[in-house]
Design a protein around this ligand. Structure first.
Ligand SMILES: [Fe+2]
Length: 271
């Protein structure tokens, strides 16, 4: 009986327990000014080095309006396009609950913004990273479907002890992935799209940029404490989505038994 209960809990994590009020009215003019500075700086920096679905999403969702967006309004626009809604959280959500949110087409948004005096210092993802980095691409149907598929797979993988494999796949695509478009390598991941320092670094630094495959990415550790030592490049967002959509937890387990590619970073702690 006890085992059945644990089984049910791990396969159906209670993500609603992590929701908090958005408290949008708590944001002061200085906070909205911080958002505007970050937004303008990042749009100029990315220019056409970011995948076109990102710029399209900013426009389709009306995200060029000044000030920190209200989640309700942005969710209404997003839900109309792809069925996704945004929910307010205090900070990082544990993996099982995070993936359960994605499975249910909910994306968590931190209900705070960084200190405007230090634009590039971030202890954990704030609403600029979460909204600016992640939301535009959620307006693109293949990406919206991919995120839900990763959510389903993530819940299953966490319950079966494969959480590290799905986390790496998520990290190397949705957060720090690059993708080919019109013959050029462009920024795709939210961690890159929302970072002033790492956006250009990912495209220009002398680091490996291997072709993305689920096999390689699931076995390659990542770093959460510094810029990535390598960036996977997908043939296209749609192609990466197709590959990841075909994955099941059983296939993930097989991938996990493989050997890490030789370009895997050897320094530091594996993720
Ligand atoms: Fe993120």
């Amino acid at each position: 009986m006890l085992e059945t209960k644990i089984e049910a809990a791990t396969r159906n994590p209670d993500w609603q327990a992590y929701l908090v009020p958005e408290n949008w009215s708590r944001f002061m003019p200085v906070d909205h000014a911080t958002w505007d500075r970050l937004f303008d700086r990042q749009v100029k920096l990315l220019h056409d080095d970011v995948v076109s679905i990102f710029i399209d999403g900013l426009k389709k969702l009306g995200m060029t309006e000044p000030g920190i967006p209200r989640l309700e309004r942005l969710s209404d626009r997003l839900e109309h396009l792809t069925g996704w809604r945004l929910v307010s959280v205090e900070g990082i959500v544990p993996d099982p609950e995070f993936f359960a949110m994605l499975r249910d087409r909910r994306f968590p948004i931190g209900n705070f913004i960084r200190d405007g005096k230090n634009l590039d210092y971030l202890e954990e993802p704030d609403c600029f990273h979460d909204i600016f980095g992640h939301v535009p691409v959620l307006a693109h149907q293949p990406m919206a479907d991919l995120m839900e598929a990763l959510g389903r797979l993530g819940v299953e993988a966490c319950a079966n002890g494969h959480g590290d494999l799905i986390s790496r796949l998520y990290w190397h695509t949705v957060e720090f992935g690059l993708a080919k478009e019109d013959g050029r390598t462009k920024i795709w991941g939210a961690g890159l799209a929302s970072s002033f320092g790492e956006a250009k670094f990912s495209l220009e630094a002398d680091v490996p940029r291997p072709r993305f495959t689920p096999e390689a990415a699931s076995l390659t550790p990542y770093r959460s404490d510094r810029f990535q030592p390598l960036y996977f490049v997908s043939d296209s967002v749609e192609e990466a989505s197709r590959m990841l959509n075909e994955l099941t937890d059983a296939k993930l387990a097989v991938l996990g038994a493989g050997e890490a590619p030789s370009y895997a970073p050897l320094d530091g702690q594996p993720a």
